[in-house]
Design a protein around this ligand. Sequence first.
Ligand code: PXG
Length: 293
Amino acid sequence: MGLIIYVNGEFVPEERAMISVFDHGLLYGDGIFEGIRAYYNRVFKLKDHIDRLYDSARAILLDIPLTKEEMAEVVLETMRRNGLREGYIRLVVTRGVGDLGLDPKKCKRAGVICIAASIQLYPEEFYKKGLEIVTVPTRRNLAEAVNPRIKSLNYLNNILAKIEASLSGAIEAVMLNAEGYVAEATGDNIFLVKNGVLLTPPSHVGILEGITRNTVMDLARARGIPVEEKLFTRYDLYTADECFLTGTAAEVIPVVKVDARVIGDGTPGSITRTLIQDFRELTKTDGPLIFPE
Ligand code: PXG
C-alpha cells in the first residue's frame, strides 16, 4: 500500500514503521486507541476523539507525551503525508517499552502511532437491506473490571463475541452485560426505536460511549425525536419497531433481524433512514480541514 505512518515523532514508510517486541501494548494490551474517519477533506469529530483518547489515558494512568493540540496535528499531518482527504485513521498510544514483567513503571515513555488508510466500507446493500445479527454467549466486560468506556488495546472480549457471531453465520454480535441487559455490538453501539422513541443503553452500564452514538442522539433531538438512554432486554430488541448500529466504521447501519426475529416489517425503518441521511449530511461539514481550501 506504501503508506506513511507516524511512529513516535517520525513519519516513516510502512516497511520501517516498527515497535519493540517489549512494548507493553503488545505484551499486555496495555494501551489505548481511537478509530477516526475523514470525509470531504475534514476529520470528522476530531476533538471528540482526541478528548476520549485523553480520558482513556487518564483512566489507565497513562501519560501521553503530546498535548491534545499536538495530537490533533499528528492526525491531520498523517492524512496530508498520505495525500488522503477521506479514510480511516487509527491512533494508538501504548504503555511503551518495558521488560517482560507487567509493571508499567518500567515503561518510561508511551508509544504513539498514527495510521491513515483508505477504508473498506460495508457494502451499500447492507445499508439498504439491513443486517441480521445475533446475541452471543460472551458477556460484555464488567464496568467494575476493565471498564468498556476505556477504549483499551485489550479487545479480546469483543473478538470472542465476534467469533461467536461468525460461527453462527452472522456478521455482528449483540453483547449483553452480566445482568443480561443489551450492552452493545463488538465495535458498534446499538439503538432501537419503539413507538417513535429512540432508545440506547446508558454509557455507565458497561459500553463504549461511542462518538457516532452521541452524534446520532444529537441529530435525533434536532429533529424532535425523543431520545432515552435506558437499559433494555433482548425482548425489547425482538419487539422493537426499528433497530440500528452506530460506529465510526459502520456509521449508521440498519438491523432487520435479531436472533432470527424480524424487526418491524423486516426493512430499515423510517427513523433509521432519516438518521442515516442526516449523518451523511453532517460528515460534509464537521471537523477541521486537512488541506487548505
Ligand atoms: N463500541 C465499541 C466496543 C467500539 O469499539 C464503538 C462502540 C463505536 O464507537 P464510535 O466512537 O466509533 O462511534 C466502538 C468503536 C472496526 C472497529 O474495525 C471499530 C471500533 C473499534 C475498533 C475497530 O470495526 N469501534
